[in-house]
Design a binder for this molecule. Sequence first.
Ligand code: CAA
Length: 387
Amino acid sequence: MSFPLYAPAEEHLMLRETVRALADEKIAPHAATVDETGEFPWDAYKALVASELHAVHIPEQYGGAGADALAAVIVIEEVARACASSSLIPAVNKLGTVPLLLSASEELKQRYLAPVARGEGMFSYALSEPEAGSDAAAMKTRAVKDGDHYVLNGTKMWITNAGVSEFYTVMAVTDPEAGARGISAFVVEKADEGVSFGAKERKLGIKGSPTRQVIFENVRIPADRMIGEEGTGFKTALATLDHTRITIAAQALGIAQGALDYAIGYVKERKQFGKPIAEFQGLQFMIADMAMKLEAARQLTYAAAAKSELAMHGERVADLTFFSSAAKCAASDAAMDITTDAVQLLGGYGYTRDYPVERMMRDAKITQIYEGTNQIQRMVMARQLLK
Ligand code: CAA
């Protein structure tokens, strides 16, 4: 088997062209409205499903496209370049299903990955709680065994695409005495009795992607919905993030690329002092720095994606955790810098909703926070280096 290492292969370049064309035609035109109204981008979902781009990572044996980790990165990047909210469709489908790919029984994979691949439902990931954010192992949601069922009670918070997803990977405590080793992972369906959702959070950005609490009140699910063995849920959750923090890096790259492309077009058109402002060296240096930071983060992200792909195929990749955190951290910090500079390059216009860069700057901010704050990423990297 051969894997693309640091450089995209011909098929990756073609994939990028395909996704860019689709995103320019069907996703970008709605991005401002999605941001204004906070409505879920169903048009983007339909367009992605029609082109089998909504969950490209799902292996062929479960009806998916079987694309590698770099291909998933490229899809997310190109969708995010047009609309960050829409890029959470492929990203969160991956986040929700990687726990199954890593740890679930074959039967559970068949049952739940196939409908996602067919576009019949999305899959969210429920780890965080009101009092367990960075300290994820401090969760309180309980799953109590009752015959051949488990009964779940508790509240998850900050759950991306909650309410629009049909399926949820839920981490819950099965043994309160055992700390992180007393946490297990389950598949919960939106349709399960006792599942409800909190109000939509009122956010700075990614407004088209609902972020809500998921509340479990005596939710009784069959024991065979457990992902992996009892007590392995926290490890599965963290191992998942080793793969999916790379998709957040991809989202950050896409948002930043969108802002850079827009700013370059603008500075070539906008005239002051009798000439296009692109002719001023002060702005040229800003553009150069933006592109340099973006490309450095992209190379790190692609290297991380290559490692993720190897690990998904069972190879031991000792530095995946480091690379995943480093890519997420570097790309999201770069995206915040680049989008902020894009607003600066557009001056007063950049600060208004008549231009897309202020939206991109607001959307970029979340990439420094979710799937682990960048402070947590730095802690994870340091632990890897010092252990
Ligand atoms: N892979 C597999 N197992 C791992 C692991 C990894 N990368 N890292 C740690 N573990 C294992 C450890 O070996 C340990 O198991 P043993 O006791 O059997 O050895 C167990 O997990 C606990 O590890 P730690 O003691 O290191 O755990 P900790 O409590 O100190 O915290 C942490 C670790 C890195 C801080 C972790 O809690 C963390 O990443 N926090 C951030 C949470 C986060 O990223 N949340 C994001 C929510 S999802 C989201 O945002 C999605 C969205 O909306 C889009």
